[in-house]
Ligand binder design. Structure first.
Ligand code: AMP
Length: 218
C-alpha cells in the first residue's frame, strides 16, 4: 500500500500517519522528522537544511528528495505512508518517476481539509516530548504531570511568526500539488476537523474499499 498524506501544517498528518502505520503495518515516512534527525546529527543534509526548517521555509527540493527516496527504498518501495512529502510540484514529479521505476503509482493521496483558525490553535499549543517525539496539546492533551517539564519543548517553527510563514508557504508552493494529483485522479479529500480518532476512522472508511493486495492488518 502506497499512500501520501497532504495538507497544511498542523492538519494532523503526523498523528494520522502513525495510526495508519500501526493499523496496517506501513512504514511512516515523515520528511520533517527525517530533516530534524539530520539536523540533530549534523549530517551534510542537516547542515544545509537547518536554517530553512527553523524559519518555517521549504528545504530545497534536491535535499528532501534524497531523504525521501532513501526512506522509500529502505521500505522496499511499498507499504509506506508519506507524511509531508511531496510538498512541491517538482517533488511530486520526481516521486511519480521514482515510483514508476521501482513499484507502481501511489494508491491514494489524501488531502486534509481544515480551517486556518484550527491550525493556528493546534500549532501554537503543540508541545513535543524531546526524547520520545510524542505530541501534546496544552488544552486537549496536556503532558502528564509525571513527565519532566524540561523534556517538553515547543518546536521552533511552531512559534507564531513561523506558523504564519508556513501557512503562506503552503498556499504558494504546496497547494499546486493538489491540482497535480487531482488531474491524475489520485486525490481524495478528508475532513480533518475533530478528534483524531474520528479523523482516523474517516480515513479508514475511505481507504478500505481500495483493493490493496499488500495490506497486512484490518
Ligand atoms: P513537518 O514536520 O512536516 O511540518 O516539516 C517541518 C519542516 O521541514 C517544514 O516546515 C520544512 O521546512 C521542512 N520540510 C519537511 N518536508 C519537506 C518537503 N517535502 N519539502 C521541503 N521542506 C520540507
Amino acid at each position: 500500500m502506497r499512500i501520501a498524506l497532504f495538507g497544511p501544517p498542523g492538519a494532523g498528518k503526523g498523528t494520522q500517519a502513525s495510526l495508519l502505520a500501526e493499523r496496517w503495518g506501513l512504514r511512516h515516512i515523515s520528511t520533517g522528522n527525517l530533516l530534524r534527525e539530520a539536523i540533530r546529527s549534523e549530517t551534510p543534509i542537516g547542515q544545509k537544511a537547518a536554517h530553512y526548517v527553523r524559519a518555517g521555509q521549504l528545504v530545497p527540493d534536491e535535499l528532501v528528495r534524497e531523504l525521501a527516496e532513501e526512506a522509500i527504498a529502505d521500505a522496499g518501495y511499498d507499504d509506506f505512508v508519506l507524511d509531508g512529502y511531496p510538498r512541491t510540484v517538482q517533488q511530486a514529479t520526481w516521486l511519480t518517476d521514482f515510483l514508476r521505476r521501482h513499484a507502481g503509482p501511489l494508491h491514494a493521496v489524501l488531502v486534509f481539509r481544515i480551517p486556518d483558525g484550527v491550525i493556528v490553535d493546534r500549532l501554537s499549543k503543540r508541545r513535543i516530548h524531546k526524547e520520545t517525539g510524542e505530541n501534546f496539546h496544552l488544552d486537549h492533551k496536556p503532558p502528564p504531570p509525571d513527565v519532566d517539564p524540561d523534556l517538553i519543548i515547543q518546536r521552533r517553527d511552531d512559534r507564531p511568526e513561523a506558523i504564519q510563514r508556513r501557512l503562506e508557504v503552503y498556499r504558494e508552493e504546496t497547494q499546486p500539488v493538489e491540482a497535480y494529483y487531482r488531474e491524475r485522479g489520485q486525490l481524495i479529500e478528508v475532513d480533518a476537523v475533530g478528534d483524531f480518532t474520528d479523523v482516523h476512522q474517516r480515513i479508514v472508511d475511505i481507504l478500505k474499499p481500495i483493493p490493496l493486495p499488500t495490506r497486512q492488518k484490518t
